[in-house]
Design a protein around this ligand. Sequence first.
Ligand SMILES: Nc1ncnc2c1ncn2[C@@H]1O[C@H](COP(=O)(O)OP(=O)(O)OP(=O)(O)O)[C@@H](O)[C@H]1O
Length: 623
Amino acid sequence: MDLFIINRYTDTNDDNDAVNRETLHLQRLKQKIEERKKSFKVTEATPDTITLIDQGPSNEQPINNSSTSGTQDVSNDQKDITETEIDSTLSNNKSKAEKPTSEFKVLGNTDFEKKFKVERVLPYWLSHAFSISKNLQTLTCVISDQDWIHSTLKTTLTSEAVTHLFPVQEQVIPFILKEHKQPEPFRPHDICVSAPTGSGKTLAFVLPIIQILMNQLGHRIRALIVLPVQELAAQIAKVFKKYCTNTGLRVALLSGSAPLQKEQQQIMRYTETLGWICETDIIVCTAGRLVEHLHNTEGFSLNHLKFLVIDEADRIMDNIQNDWLYHLEKHIQAEMQINKVSHLSWNNISGLKSPVHKLLFSATLSPDPELLERWGLFQPKLFSVAPINDMPNENMIKKYSTPDELNEQFVLCSAEEKPLIFYNFFANLHWDKTLCFTNSSQSAHRLTALLNIWGKGKLRVAELSASLDRSSRELVLKKFKLSEINVIISTDALARGIDIPECNYVISYDPPRNIKTYIHRVGRTGRAGRTGTAVTIVIHNQMHMFKEIIHSSGKNNIQQMEIKQEVLTNLLENYESAIFETKRLINDESKNKVKKSIELKRAAKPKPRKRKHNENRMLNTIN
Ligand SMILES: Nc1ncnc2c1ncn2[C@@H]1O[C@H](COP(=O)(O)OP(=O)(O)OP(=O)(O)O)[C@@H](O)[C@H]1O
């Protein structure tokens, strides 16, 4: 407590008092330091020092040049030497204390050393990922030679013209199969897979899940595949259905594309004798719809769930729909409680329900421990094309890679030139099968109208955004695949996961807002080893932001595309009239919209209800 002075305010307390007390306290502290130095000298000093000091009359006296206690007559020289020795002894001792020892640190020992800076280090599983090759040109894993792939699956793969496994499939499929070969109490390692867009991640989980489940009897929900949006869920369900041919497995899609009741009938059936019976083995769902079924579908049980696949895992986490993970875990835990064991024995362990094997996939799955923590993964393993290998640098975890076959470019222009640059791709460069991205559905709508008018029927352009219903969106994609539409103008609703193998070009009419959106947009082309070109149109004041986004991902291979001024000047001729026409069209549309909404409101107004004969009589009586 001597180290501190506690000043309390009282009205008699003046400044001088405080100064005096502080001086007194300082003196006392100094004295204590001297006493400590002295005692230290006795216990720790080297024999030489002791000899030297012993020349003095007494060790017990403070060694102080200003000492006035005349009993010790130590010469000045002696004093100097003694002081020097003490200092050197002290500093020796200090350096000794600094040396790391295995001894316990004495608590309360006040040293004012600078604390060590704690470095962020990635967990071992993140810094030592399984490396996946990006090369889709020289494939070595011939499917027909692989004994571990089931013959039924081989037949379907052949019918789909899949002859070789892609690198991500070559690594991940055998790993999952091996993990499930272990005897019961052993639990498989959960996995995270981060591989570029179009590298075949879907089959990397579809094939092993089917192969493991196909040998089991009866229908139970054994695999749950969760996706962020309806279109993706429909796409994955289609792949599952295809590969489940002749396996006896059933697949259900729960995405909200059909009414809830219809989806319920698809997965559960009620019988008098057995109660609720499950009709499916694999459920592909959107996160939001899953929660609805957890709460509202009678008999919906995940008691036999073996696989939980989260595709586009980072996107699902960004936008937690209906708090689905919480509800899902609560549901699974509640069902596990039933099987809870009271004591540890082989019988009990082997009788335990096997835990859910979690598989996370994305092209932009950053190995950020804080984000991944939320999934509660069990001894996870990471498969990545860009392994971090002992580099604890935080920036490394933001690096994403794009396919080698993808040619990435950008065009720098003024805001006025932007539509001309855009039209140039079709009018002069004759780009076909192109997917364009804008940052809003209004912008997508206007651009579609402009391009259709400007192209004078030669260009078939369709819009695809959240403002369209699901069946219209599906129709657009179908027409694009059949080449009935050359250009799709879309919002980011289509940026993730959607597989359009025939897409040759991607244009970002508005630059993406972040690196993940960039990676997914450009990844709609250059898929499955095919070549593709992606161009981002950047106006001058957006260049800084665009550069930052690109550099944050560690990319440096994006080329600037130069377009000659005279090329743009030639396009001006029809541009003015096209703009004029587009404005007129948009105005007409908005007028029609207003008209329609007024009509709808009028139609919805409740008509005055005719009074019944009896009511009239009653009113008359009251009056
Ligand atoms: N082994 C293979 N051989 C040939 N084509 C394949 C193979 N595996 C997958 N494909 C095809 O590659 C395309 C892309 O596959 P997939 O959709 O699984 O990619 P992805 O990695 O999930 O991409 P994204 O990250 O964009 O969702 C699909 O059209 C698929 O049919």
